[in-house]
Design a protein around this ligand. Structure first.
Ligand code: SER
Length: 322
């Protein structure tokens, strides 16, 4: 068996929820490398109970609290990366499921941490917390938050819960407002920024992509490698260095569908993009085009490696491999 060995000696025992999703696929490998595969319990509703590359894979529906509790206890979990979420497009269509799935398991975990059953939680928030009343560019950490999507409303409520459980009960919960994430290992699903992942698969398959946003819709995006680095840096930061206990802004890089298409054309000169905006355009229009992440840089050293040309090069390199 090809087990991923630890770089860091640890007593941490880590549970990932939504481990088969876009973030979880990359994060589980990175955590296994850092903490040792045997300390990683990667769960997903679609997994079977098995071992993969030394990582424990577990079947878990996070709405099933008794199974959730049993998994935490049986495996002596200390830290949870709680990634399960319904993204913006799907949340708008299934608001009740979005409310239940995006908030109930987070609250369940915050209660477990309050009762000292677990030590630390990571929870992803999103640029979707921004909405009415924001400047379009360089939106600051302390900007007003009036989200205009069901998804954004659940993420804002989650941020407020995280802040409250930290301030009132000293729960060590840490969070990042992810921009659109671009990666090749696992598909995105149900989000407004998914076009920036889909576009690569279509470019490679038939050099043609119909985009569901307009050509001028600039949004903040980030390559998964940078998102994973940021997550690991935040989670290993000194608790006293963390000044934001709601969720940190992450700026990434900002570009439009037209700009990414032009970059892809450098690799596939015949690539063609057409635009047919759907209901996700209104969601995208409510989000900022760029974000200021100075507090994350100052508090725990956020750094960005991948600009748009690097992202496009790396995506095509990996997706073209047979
Ligand atoms: N990528 C997410 C979405 O589009 C935003 O956090 O829903």
């Amino acid at each position: 068996m090809n087990t991923i060995g630890p770089e860091t000696k640890t007593t941490e025992r880590i549970l990932i929820t939504g481990g088969g999703g876009q973030i979880g696929t990359d994060l589980s490998e990175a955590l296994a490398k850092k903490y040792g595969a045997d300390n990683i319990f990667c769960s997903d509703v679609k997994f079977e109970n098995t071992i993969r590359d030394g990582i424990h894979e577990l079947q878990l529906n996070v709405l099933d609290e008794s199974n959730f509790e049993r998994i935490l206890e049986d495996n002596k979990i200390t830290t949870v990366y709680h990634l399960v979420s319904l993204l913006s497009g799907t949340s708008e269509k299934k608001p009740l499921l979005a409310k239940n799935l995006n908030l109930n398991p987070l609250l369940f975990l915050l209660e477990k941490a309050k009762a000292k059953k677990i030590e630390r939680i990571f929870w992803p928030s999103s640029i979707a917390v921004f909405g009415k009343g924001i400047p379009k560019h360089n939106v600051s950490q302390d900007s007003v938050l009036h989200p205009e999507s069901v998804y954004g409303i659940t993420k804002l409520a989650g941020e407020e819960l995280c802040r409250h459980y930290h301030d009132a009960y000293s729960v060590d919960v840490r969070s990042l407002r992810f921009p659109g994430l671009i990666s090749w290992k696992a598909p995105a699903g149900g989000g407004t920024t998914d076009y920036a992942v889909e576009i690569f698969h279509h470019a490679i398959k038939n050099q043609l992509y119909k985009c569901f946003l307009t050509e001028y819709t600039a949004l903040p995006m980030m390559y998964m490698d940078d998102a994973i680095e940021a997550t690991l840096a935040l989670m290993s930061a000194d608790p006293n260095a963390i000044s934001v206990r709601g969720s940190y802004n992450l700026g990434g890089v900002s570009f439009t569908p037209k700009e990414i298409a032009n970059e892809i054309k450098k690799h596939f000169p015949d690539f063609t993009i057409t635009y047919e905006p759907d209901f996700r355009q209104a969601i995208a229009d409510s989000w900022p085009s760029s974000i200021d992440d100075t507090p994350a840089q100052k508090d725990w050293g956020l750094k960005l490696k991948y600009q748009l040309p690097d992202i496009v090069n790396d995506m095509i390199l990996h997706l073209k491999k047979p």
